[in-house]
Design a protein around this ligand. Structure first.
Ligand SMILES: NC(=O)C1=CN([C@@H]2O[C@H](COP(=O)(O)OP(=O)(O)OC[C@H]3O[C@@H](n4cnc5c(N)ncnc54)[C@H](OP(=O)(O)O)[C@@H]3O)[C@@H](O)[C@H]2O)C=CC1
Ligand SMILES: CC(=O)N[C@@H](CCC(=O)OP(=O)(O)O)C(=O)O
Length: 345
């Protein structure tokens, strides 16, 4: 059995991870940690675990004292909070998957620019692997420190990678228009996500300044060998879960929609969790699953390609992807504990 600890287990990403780990046949949860609920039973916070997970949440100090008992540590804390924990866990030989953003950007200056924080574990940055299995499966297997991708970057990068690998679009023409459900903003109090503020309204936010921009640029630049800069605009939509991205690029060669479908289908042919589909994706068809659905349209009139992708932000965008990474790190079947169809509605 893999012994796992979860720090930040009481947040939205953390509780979704607990759901998967609790149902995973090869995992035993050793501890669940919380910031404001230490001493409280997990099932008192999330009633769906009543009579199932009655463990008492521990605080971070107690969690640290248990690091030597586990094989893998999952961290689902706000950014800037994971540095010391990661150092301690790695020193004890514990593998780490960080669901937050602290180890995703390779350049500490870019991290500082977008997160307004000094990076406090610069020596670990070269060791951290960006945990998008569809791109980095081989190196994830060898790594002890996985930077689990952000939710918007997961949907955007999976949508755009085959285009960039095949040099079909101008890499400087990319525009990503993305929409997220409210759980993307986490569970902590925040006026802009109160029901009365966001229900029956849609808004763009962090326009030209969202911190997922450099993350998407970093990964796409590695694929294309150019320093790509792109436009990324997120929107908040009054639903609980789901991300939909609509990505645009200028075609640099004549290509039909059918040919593009062949390129995408071939690129993702061995992937369990990426579905290249004919219909335009909808968040309701991926909700509750680890799938990323992708569809392609070529607009011959404007010589542009439009790629639409959908994921569940808490699953392929966070907890499901973290479990997929764990499976790879421990040489398990990558789908183990994840091969669930989406739930409707
Ligand atoms: N929500 C999403 O869709 C996604 C989230 N992520 C990332 O996962 C991480 C967690 O996000 P999410 O679950 O949404 O956030 P939440 O706000 O829902 O949860 C945050 C968690 O961190 C704990 N916490 C908060 N502040 C502190 C602190 N100062 N010290 C220690 N612990 C603290 C909270 O504890 P307590 O509950 O006890 O207050 C809670 O367990 C973030 O880095 C986020 O960016 C990544 C992809 C998608
Ligand atoms: C709707 C909403 O607010 N979404 C969050 C995305 C959360 C996330 O995935 O952020 P990390 O990079 O920190 O993991 C946001 O835009 O900040």
């Amino acid at each position: 059995m893999i012994k796992a600890g979860v720090i930040g287990s009481t947040g939205y990403a953390g509780q979704q991870l607990v759901w998967f780990l609790n149902n995973h046949p090869d995992v035993k949860i050793n501890f669940l940690s919380s910031h404001s609920y230490s001493g409280v039973s997990f099932s008192k916070i999330y009633g769906n675990y009543s009579k199932s997970i009655e463990s008492i949440c521990v605080d971070i100090k107690e969690a640290e004292s248990k690091l030597s008992e586990i094989d893998i540590l999952f961290i689902a804390l706000p950014h800037g909070k994971s540095f010391n924990l990661v150092k301690k866990a790695l020193n004890l030989g514990v593998k780490v998957i960080d669901l937050g953003a602290d180890f995703r950007l390779k350049d500490p200056d870019i991290y500082k620019q977008w997160y307004a924080l000094d990076h406090q574990a610069i020596n670990l940055l070269p060791k951290s692997i960006y945990g998008l299995p569809e791109l980095n499966r081989k190196i994830i297997k060898e790594s002890n420190l996985i930077a689990n991708p952000g939710c918007y970057p997961t949907a955007s990068i999976l949508a755009l990678t085959p285009l960039l690998k095949s040099n079909i679009i101008d890499p400087f023409s990319i525009i990503i228009d993305a929409k997220s459900g409210v759980s993307g903003a986490g569970r902590s109090l925040n006026t802009s996500i109160l029901y009365g503020e966001c229900n029956e309204s849609i808004k763009a936010y962090s326009v030209s300044s969202h911190r997922h921009t450099p993350e998407i640029e970093q990964v796409l630049s590695q694929i294309n060998s150019e320093n790509i800069s792109l436009l990324f605009t997120p929107h908040l939509v009054p639903m609980n879960r789901g991300i939909l991205t609509t990505c645009y690029g200028n075609l640099v060669k004549d290509i039909s929609q059918e040919e593009l479908y062949k390129i995408y289908s071939s690129f993702y042919k061995d992937e369990s969790f990426v579905r290249v589909i004919e219909e335009i994706p909808e968040t309701k068809w991926v909700k509750g699953s680890n799938f990323c659905d992708i569809a392609i349209r070529v607009d011959e009139r404007t010589k542009k390609v439009i790629i639409v992708s959908a994921i569940d932000n808490l699953i392929k965008g966070a907890a499901g992807q973290a479990v997929q990474n764990m499976n790879i790190m421990f040489n398990l079947d990558e789908n183990k504990g994840l091969d669930l169809l989406s739930m409707f509605p």
